[in-house]
Design a binder for this molecule. Structure first.
Ligand code: KDO
Length: 341
């Protein structure tokens, strides 16, 4: 798969601009605060009650408070979903909760981390992130985009969440999703996953999904249970087919030029704080995933397990036969698989 022209052109000009930015003293990219500290603006489409937002606010913010002000912006109000990495690269933003799908729009090989049924669970994500196999990915994001990937955040097991009741449509195999208008986030990697599931994917920003579900503009969406609850999608849907098609993750993404401008002890504090937030967020998200099935059933939704073997086979074949897989480094899938316990 080739990089879309606009992204390619962006990377070419950004690489040149980065050299210039990195050579400059820090002027206003991380906005200087009154006491000479820096302000770290974090933009995310997630709400302030999302577990990743909460763990950053509770762990990261206080841990860096001695030298920086953590300033989160939720619900895509500062930068729209999918534009945050570009904003960090150009010096307009300091932090985001970035997805592998967004990184794949710049570096196609990241799509291996967006493929259905590859990452097995939260521990597997951490093992992959810490393994040397991840080093070239980290380096590419830093060197070519000016974005440091500090720590992996657990988003959770994505399932298919539909407006139709199970009497109208029961999803046991990918064939049952034929013609289903499934909202997926708006990038190629996400759209591919929607098609691999057997659905008809519609690109749409996260912040528009509730309205689209309630008006019937889409039949459904896919997200982990804690997101279905946090975004109140349960108010406008009737069922969840527990496909677990993607154990999804994000990265705490941080401006390399800001990071490099800080003394070593502050750099270390930032990295430690990011891991503390990621670890706390992972634990609470896992706990919510355990608990929320019962809550959703109380809200009147039907939750059930489809034919997982049929989904796994269909999704894995779609990836292996795709152009996406051509960009995956030789032997990497096997290395990722070997890290799963
Ligand atoms: C979504 O748009 O469905 C998604 O779950 C994609 C994730 O990568 C992440 O951006 C998330 O939204 C937002 O943080 C909102 O939870």
């Amino acid at each position: 798969m080739s990089i879309p022209f606009a992204r390619r052109e962006f990377l070419r000009t950004t690489a040149a601009a980065l050299v210039a930015v990195l050579a400059m003293p820090l002027l206003g990219s991380a906005t200087a605060s009154a006491q000479d500290g820096i302000t770290l603006r974090m933009s995310t489409p997630a709400s302030e009650t999302d577990q990743r937002s909460l763990s950053l606010a509770e762990q990261f913010g206080p841990a860096v408070a001695g030298f920086a002000t953590y300033e989160p912006h939720y619900n895509g109000t500062l930068f729209a979903q999918g534009t945050e990495l570009e904003a960090i690269a150009t010096g307009d933003l300091e932090m985001s909760i970035a997805s592998a799908q967004e990184l794949a729009t710049f570096f196609p090989e990241f799509s291996i981390f967006t493929a259905g049924y590859v990452l097995q669970d939260a521990d597997h994500q951490v093992a992959v992130f810490r393994d040397e196999l991840f080093d070239p990915f980290r380096a590419k994001a830093e060197e070519e985009l000016g974005v440091k990937l500090l720590a992996p955040m657990y988003l959770g097991r994505r399932h298919v969440n539909l407006r139709q009741s199970v009497d109208e449509l029961k999803v046991m195999t990918p064939a049952d999703l034929a013609g289903v208008n499934l909202r997926m986030p708006g990038s190629d990697a996400w759209q591919f996953l929607g098609r691999a599931l057997g659905a008809n994917p519609t690109p749409m920003a996260f912040t528009e999904v509730y309205t689209a579900l309630s008006s019937g503009a889409v039949d459904g969406q896919d997200n982990p249970l804690p997101t279905v609850v946090d975004a109140k999608f349960y108010e406008v849907t009737k069922q969840i087919a527990l496909t677990s098609h993607l154990v999804d993750w994000n990265f705490i993404a941080f401006s390399k030029s800001v990071y490099d401008s800080l003394p070593e002890d502050q750099q270390q504090a930032i990295t430690d704080a990011a891991w503390a937030a990621a670890d706390a967020g992972r634990a609470s998200q896992l706990q919510k995933e355990e608990e929320l099935g019962a809550f959703l059933e109380e809200q009147g939704l039907t939750l059930y397990e489809p034919d997982l073997a049929a989904f796994r086979e269909h999704v894995q074949n779609a990836y292996l036969e795709s152009d996406l897989a051509k960009d995956w480094p030789e032997g990497l899938l096997e290395k990722i698989n070997a890290l799963s316990k």
